[in-house]
Design a protein around this ligand. Structure first.
Ligand code: SAH
Ligand code: MG
Length: 218
């Protein structure tokens, strides 16, 4: 009991500020973040990207499949910590595809990223392709479908990360809008589902907008 109290007080004393969660290369990425904020593009939060960057390094990931590119912010954030990383990223919105392509080019990362301009529910990688990590960050009601569609392309020991499980703090609440409520229920069902999957070691982290990390058992 005593030691538990002590560790809480250490955390309090440290007064972790948002700055301690700034992603690597956040200054270089700042214009993209500002663009996203100005145009209501829902990019990953600082804390979430910082976490993803550390996962890439801890896992020593060589390859990532990303579902939901938007303007390419999270993909460029992952490349910031590991320039030799190869990312396949899938985006269905033509406007986003144009912006992402432009951003990958201007960051000099065209060779590192394969942008798939397709609905992820129609796309499949080559049958022999395997990834070290899959980052699912597209339509939030579809996370389970994406998980089941792409998990076979993960190496044993690989990791599936799913973003926005907190959905701006709405998960666990009863939103008045019927559509939002339905979406929240879908996310809650995914949280239950992913924790039950015995082929994975899963933890849901209250980081960023809520992220699950599922390690595929060997
Ligand atoms: N990963 C990005 C944010 C992605 S926002 C970042 O953090 O920087 C979610 C994106 O997923 C949107 O651009 C949306 O168009 C795309 N999306 C949603 N459903 C999709 C689907 N079924 N297939 C491909 N892209 C999808
Ligand atoms: Mg997200």
């Amino acid at each position: 009991m005593k030691s538990k109290q002590k560790s809480i007080s250490i955390l309090k004393r440290m007064k972790l500020s948002n700055e301690s969660y700034l992603p690597i290369d956040s200054i270089v990425l700042e214009p993209l973040k500002a663009f996203a904020q100005a145009h209501d593009v829902p990019i990953i939060k600082d804390q979430g990207l910082r976490f993803l960057q550390q996962l890439i390094l801890i896992k020593d990931a060589q390859s990532v499949l990303e579902i939901g590119t938007a303007i390419g912010y999270s993909a460029l954030g992952m490349l910031a910590v590991k320039p030799e990383l190869k990312i396949v990223t899938v985006e269905r919105d033509p406007n986003m595809q144009v912006l992402a392509r432009k951003n990958f080019e201007s960051f000099g990362k065209k060779a590192s990223v394969q942008l798939i301009c397709e609905d992820a529910l129609n796309y499949l990688p080559d049958p022999s392709q395997r990834f070290d990590m899959i980052f699912i960050d597209a339509a939030k009601a579809q996370s389970q479908r994406f998980f089941e569609r792409f998990e076979r392309f993960l190496h044993p020991g690989g990791v599936i990360v799913v973003d926005n499980l907190d959905f701006h703090g709405l998960v666990g609440s009863k939103p008045s809008s019927k559509n939002v409520r339905r979406l929240v229920e879908k996310i809650e069902a995914f949280i239950e589902y992913v924790q039950k999957r015995e082929a994975y070691d899963t933890v849901i982290y209250p980081i960023g907008d809520g992220m699950s990390v599922s390690i595929k058992k060997r």
